[in-house]
Design a protein around this ligand. Structure first.
Ligand code: SF4
Length: 203
């Protein structure tokens, strides 16, 4: 079984640049299976360098690809330097748009504010809201940073909004309609669109 950095899922191209993540979401696809889409395994034996990611992209058929999404089996901002270098390369050399799917805890992960640099180098940011309150968030997302994580994620989203219009919040539909509507109110209150994802759709 070969580990994979680039893979496709439902006709979209994804980058798997790290398996590190400060969370342990109860619904995380990683605990259910080793891969999704075209990948054999999304478990990496090391964090790929920028050169390795670039090489993986060069060996991949990107014809008709309109967007490359940083996602995979980990939190992309856990490999922030590689994320930024790769986003620059994709924009400048491949002329393809990029999106980051993130848990929004990148400032805590990197122990500095990464929002401006992130938003300036990618075309869209999708942040997992997951829950309508910090207590449920703590139980569902199980972030290693504890109770401060929910507010940190919302602050991250609000700050992204200062640098880009292409920011969205997301929830997985397993939380139920009532909770989705509460999340929608939160998203509306900070003027960010909410995307409701199907549970079997890991993106
Ligand atoms: S943040 Fe994403 S990768 Fe991390 S545990 Fe949650 S669903 Fe899995």
């Amino acid at each position: 079984m070969s580990e994979e950095i680039v893979y496709t899922y439902k006709n979209k191209v994804y980058l798997n640049i790290t398996n590190k993540c400060p969370c342990a979401c109860t619904f995380c696809i990683r605990s259910k299976k080793d891969a999704i889409g075209s990948a054999d395994s999304l478990w990496l034996n090391h964090n790929p360098s920028f050169e390795e990611v670039k090489q993986a992209l060069e060996g991949f058929n990107l014809e008709n690809c309109e967007e490359i999404i940083f996602c995979g089996y980990g939190e992309p901002t856990n490999s922030f330097d590689v994320l930024i270098k790769t986003a620059k390369y994709i924009r400048e050399k491949l002329k393809i748009k990029t999106r980051v799917n993130t848990n929004g805890l990148g400032n805590l992960v990197n122990e500095r504010n990464i929002v401006k640099e992130l938003c300036e180098n990618v075309d869209a940011v999708s942040i997992s809201l997951n829950c309508s309150n910090k207590e449920d968030y703590l139980k569902t997302v199980r972030p290693k940073f504890g109770i401060k994580s929910y507010d940190a994620m919302l602050d991250f989203a609000k700050e992204c909004k200062e640098y880009t219009d292409n920011v969205m919040l997301s929830v997985v539909d397993v939380i139920g309609n009532e909770e989705v509507e509460k999340c929608r109110k939160i998203a509306d209150s900070i003027n960010i669109p909410l995307r409701v994802r199907k549970y079997d759709n890991s993106q």
